[in-house]
Design a protein around this ligand. Structure first.
Ligand code: G3I
Length: 373
């Protein structure tokens, strides 16, 4: 009983710290992110396959209420959308486009050129000529089909190493270091009405940021269009690199392009390594210490998450003229990739909505920042 009372007390303190009282929560019902930030930036979410197929009614209601932009979490990746040399599978992507059109939501298509999730046939290709043909066909066919139907494309995803050099990939290997410029050139031709972005994680970090700046400048110098840069935003609650993020917003904006936060989530779980990464191929072993909140998130961790989200959105609001979209990587905590990566079967709490689609204290702290608090 005493424990329960103390829990309730600390939760109340947390809500008060965010300017939230029982009275204004119930009076306002659930505020809408897309509404409160409508003069600032788009608010997006990643959508998984059941959501795109409208098989998840609770998520569906929340998406329509809260978000005005969506990014397909997986279904427009190369291995799904082009499973064979002459075989395309547009079913899911077409459903997403129809869903977005019906609900007046903008689609950020993700992604044309990425070293990961490549179809098996492509991974077997040896000759540079065939890789070039695949590269041209893929971009031209997929970007061309959705021009005017999607709002934007992550044309190239995660092309950089942490030190800012170009990541070793089949594209770099077979096409040379001009492949990124060429990807944008092809996308520009195939999708003249679609915004074109470079997207990566950790590019708020100085060395990797310098690599991203070099890519952007090279595209611009070639006279090719690039409209924006996506900083993914897979960070850790309690240690969000706010200074680096602020510096990045300023530096990228100075290049005359939009800045976006495209895959935002804040892990609350211990990191098995010293560094932070969103490298999908990284894995680590499961253990009890690595999964401390399986039975629920303690108030202290909840508070850290709430504070980090508030700090971040205060910063985003300060640079609302430069930021065009903030997208969360998933609808609710239970649907986040972070429950399965880098250690399978953990219980994480990285988003604004809990496993029952209920808004968390972090949600209200984010809403509060829209009022300039
Ligand atoms: O759909 C298949 C299913 O048929 C199969 O039975 C099952 C068995 O493993 O796999 C399912 O596919 C999985 C897919 O997610 C859908 O759940 C893949 O194995 C799994 O690798 C894939 O993970 C995705 C990952 O990218 C790799 O593509 C995550 O959902 C997705 O959140 C994550 O997103 C990436 C961004 O695209 C780029 N930036 C980093 C971000 C997080 O890793």
């Amino acid at each position: 009983m005493a424990k329960k009372l103390s829990r309730i007390r600390s939760f109340a303190v947390l809500m008060l710290a965010c300017g939230i009282t029982a009275k204004n929560v119930s009076a306002q019902a659930t505020p809408s992110l897309k509404e409160v930030f409508k003069n600032d930036f788009l608010i997006g979410t990643a959508m998984n396959t059941p959501q795109i197929e409208e098989k998840d009614a609770a998520a569906d209601a929340l998406i329509k209420q809260q978000f005005n932009a969506v990014t397909p979490e997986n279904i427009m990746k190369a291995e799904i959308i082009q499973p064979g040399w002459d075989k395309y599978n547009f079913d899911e992507a077409d459903k997403l486009v129809a869903y977005a059109q019906k609900n007046n939501i903008k689609v950020n298509a993700h992604t044309l050129i990425w070293h990961s999730q490549l179809p098996a046939f492509m991974r077997r290709i040896q000759s540079a000529d065939s890789v070039k043909k695949y590269f041209e066909n893929h971009i031209t066919t997929v970007a061309g089909r959705y021009d005017g139907k999607v709002y934007s494309w992550d044309v190239v995803n995660e092309a950089l190493n942490e030190d800012g050099t170009l990541r070793k990939s089949v594209f770099l290997d077979k096409l040379g270091d001009n492949y990124i410029v060429e990807a944008f050139r092809l996308a520009q031709k195939a999708a003249p009405h679609t915004k074109l972005y470079y997207n990566d994680y950790n590019i708020e970090q100085p060395k990797k940021r310098a690599g991203a700046i070099a890519i952007i400048k090279k595209i611009q110098a070639a006279g090719v269009r690039i409209d924006g840069v996506g900083i993914q935003g897979h960070w850790k609650a309690g240690s969000v690199p706010l200074k680096d993020i602020e510096e990045s917003i300023k530096t990228f904006s100075a290049l005359g392009i939009e800045v976006m936060f495209t895959e935002l989530d804040l892990t609350v779980l211990p990191n098995p390594w010293d560094n932070t990464t969103a490298e999908v191929s990284a894995t680590a072993k499961s253990s009890k210490e690595m999964n401390p909140y399986a039975a629920g998130l303690p108030d202290s961790a909840q508070q850290t998450l709430t504070q980090s989200y508030a700090d971040l959105f205060r910063l985003f609001r300060k640079y609302k003229k430069n930021i065009s979209r903030v997208t969360f990587w998933g609808v609710n905590d239970g649907q986040s990739w972070l429950n399965g990566w880098p250690i399978p079967g953990r219980t994480n709490y990285p988003l604004l909505f809990d496993r029952d689609f209920k808004p968390k204290p972090a949600f209200f702290s984010v809403i509060t920042t829209a009022k300039g608090q």
